[in-house]
Ligand binder design. Structure first.
Ligand code: MN
Length: 242
C-alpha cells in the first residue's frame, strides 16, 4: 500500500515539457500507488469544464488510464478552483474538500492546498472568499467563454502585480495558522503545496513532534511525496525541456 501526492503543476499549453513530465509520471510512478492525491493547481488556469481543447483531452486520457490502477483525488487550488464535477468525473477523479483529513497507516493526515494557511495575505483571503461563493461562480460560469477568458486574464494580471509588491513573508504560511489548523484536526502530519517552497519542517505542537511537508511547483523539477508503511518522503526528479 502506498499513497502519492502532487500539487502545483500549473499545466498550460506554453509548457509542453511539464505536461510531458506529468504524462510520464502518470505512466511510471503513479500506478505504483493505490491512491494519488492532486492537491490543487494542477492547471495554471481553469475557466469552466466547458472550455475544452486537445491539450485538456490529452490530460484527461492520461488520468483515465492511471485510474484503472490508482484511485485519484483532486483538491482545488487557487488557480483551478473552478474545475467542476463534470471534468473530474470524466477524468476519473474524485473531488475532495480543502482541508481534508484521511487516515493513512493508522494516523490521520491533514491535506490542504495551502492558500488557506497564508492568512497574512489579507487581500487574497478576501478574494478567495468572494470567488468561492456559489453565487459568484454561477454568475462567472454563465458568461461566454470569451468573457471568462478576459476576466481571468485581468484577475491574473492584478494578482501578479500585487504579488510583486508583497513581502516574501506575506506569501508564506502563517505559523500560528498552521498550528491552529493542525491542532483542530488533531494530526501530527500536514501535507500541502501552494507556496512553492518544497521542504519538510519539524514543528512541536503541544509537546508532540509534528511534521509539515510542503510540495514543490513543477518547473525544473517535478515534485511528489511518496508515503508507504515505512516512510513519507518528499522526492524530486529533473524535467528536461527538449
Ligand atoms: Mn496555489
Amino acid at each position: 500500500m502506498a499513497y502519492c501526492f502532487i500539487s502545483d503543476l500549473h499545466l498550460h499549453e506554453g509548457r509542453p515539457d511539464i505536461t510531458q513530465a506529468f504524462v510520464g509520471f502518470l505512466e511510471e510512478t503513479a500506478p505504483k500507488a493505490e491512491k494519488l492525491y492532486i492537491l490543487g493547481d494542477l492547471f495554471e488556469a481553469w475557466i469552466g469544464d466547458d472550455n475544452q481543447s486537445k491539450f485538456i483531452s490529452e490530460i484527461r486520457e492520461s488520468l483515465l488510464k492511471v485510474n484503472k490502477t490508482t484511485e485519484i483525488f483532486f483538491m482545488h487550488g487557487n488557480r483551478d478552483f473552478l474545475l467542476g464535477p463534470e471534468f473530474a468525473s470524466s477524468s476519473g477523479m474524485k473531488l475532495i474538500s480543502d482541508p481534508y483529513v484521511e487516515e493513512m497507516f493508522g494516523s490521520p493526515v491533514l491535506l490542504m492546498h495551502g492558500d488557506l494557511l497564508c492568512t497574512k495575505d489579507v487581500d487574497y483571503q478576501k478574494f478567495r472568499k468572494t470567488s468561492r461563493d456559489p453565487e459568484w461562480q454561477k454568475d462567472f460560469l454563465s458568461k461566454s467563454l470569451a468573457e471568462r477568458q478576459k476576466i481571468a486574464k485581468e484577475l491574473r494580471d492584478v494578482s501578479k502585480e500585487a504579488t510583486g509588491q508583497k513581502k516574501e513573508e506575506i506569501m508564506d504560511v502563517s505559523r500560528s495558522e498552521v498550528i491552529k489548523t493542525m491542532r483542530e484536526s488533531d494530526v501530527d502530519l500536514l501535507i500541502h503545496g501552494h507556496t512553492h517552497r518544497p521542504n519538510s519542517h519539524k514543528i512541536d505542537i503541544d509537546d508532540l513532534s509534528s511534521r509539515r511537508i510542503v510540495l514543490g511547483d513543477w518547473d525544473k523539477y517535478g515534485w511528489y511525496i511518496w508515503m508507504d508503511s515505512k516512510s513519507c518522503e518528499l522526492k524530486k526528479f529533473s524535467i528536461s525541456s527538449n
